[in-house]
Design a protein around this ligand. Sequence first.
Ligand SMILES: [Zn+2]
Length: 475
Amino acid sequence: MSDMLENIADSVKSSVAGLPDANAWMDLLRAKVETAAMNGSDMGALEKLIEESVKELARPILRYGAQLVADQQEMRCPDCESELLVEEHERERSVNTVFGEIEIKRSYGRCKRCNKRLYPADHTLGLQVRSPASPRVQEISSLAVLRTPAGRAPEDVRRMTGLDIGPSTLHREARRQGERALRLRQADVALTDTLKGVNKLSERSQAPDSPFTLVIEIDAWHIRERDCWGETEKLREKGEAPSRWHWVYTGTVFRLDQRGKTAAGRPVITERGYVATRQGVEALEKQLYAEALQRGLLQATSVLVLADGAIWIWNLAENRFKQATHRVDLWHATQHLWAIANDLFGNDTAEARQWAHDRISWLKRRKEGAIDVINSLHEIRASLDTLTDKQCENLDGQIGYFDRHKDRMDYKNAKALDQPLGSGAMESTCAQYQCRFKRTGQFWSLDGDEAFLALQTLHWNERWHLLFPHDIKKE
Ligand SMILES: [Zn+2]
């Protein structure tokens, strides 16, 4: 039996043009399947056996196809299209593919204009410098690292694809793709510097002809940085925080007409843009602008910016989205009213509840609810002579808050227009990022985080095909 299998296996290999003999392959596979069936194999074992065998067949065919691409490659620079000075013919490289390792030969040349040396065939095939991963392996590594805590990703990949990729290789590949995502993001941001670029970004939006409102929500949250690796216990004994925290600045952009409800009544947004960066407010501002342009900023009949009361957010909004309606999240405003009520009338007393409920209702139902709230706070400040210094100070702070944001509290009007009163979409965005980036054991360096943030964001923004052109969406 095994002699026969070996003979067939030999004839699969020894076929014309390096392509396998399909009949011999079929004979070999059938013999293996029959043996397994005779031994009472379960279907999972059969699936794996056939999967492995299919890879044996597919690998030489892939090598053949990739070599055809390389052989037909014109020796031109992919950036400037000028002819390359060929410096070496048929240099061999190996590539890790989903079917196993293959070798291909391609030529190497120098572009005089760009002053760089390259393999144009690698560029066409989607292979990167100093990386053995094929585009599918790059893609699988990226998805695995984005979805699974780093330590477990290799096992998941092995089980789902049969590929044996070590943890550091997997992480390095995903990181490399993250850096590509960063470069794409930077290119979009650079477009915002010129009118031509702004128009180019705007042309990408699939905005409808009918009037629509664009909603922009902004927030920030914390992420841990790996600068105390392995020192956690020692630091904890000393009563110090085990790691440093950094802000992640986040935004989301969507059209109001893309907001709907599930059958169960849960609000959903069918399509939206995400932005996330650790590079500061200015970086967020530019990225958010680029994203908003791609989501219909210039075509929108009205634009709404929604966020909490953070000063940096409203400076950003004034800077970049001046014509927009600015609205402080209603829930945030009510939190401020609850804080005042509890401070003045005792924690959760009937009086405190009544006082807060009344004012929340003013905010929601009165045309100038915020002004009425401010006036009532001034009245309390002037009339309540039992206030302590601390209470006065708190009250002044709260008067300042409402005064600063009074023009951003048009909740009655918002309700009439069926616009959102709160930044629920932003909270779910932050929750999604946090779920991914705050997971136990996820400590990354600043650079690494930014690359992974960019990769995750590109994925959620439905631009995966920009990194992996083979990812054609089925309509
Ligand atoms: Zn060139």
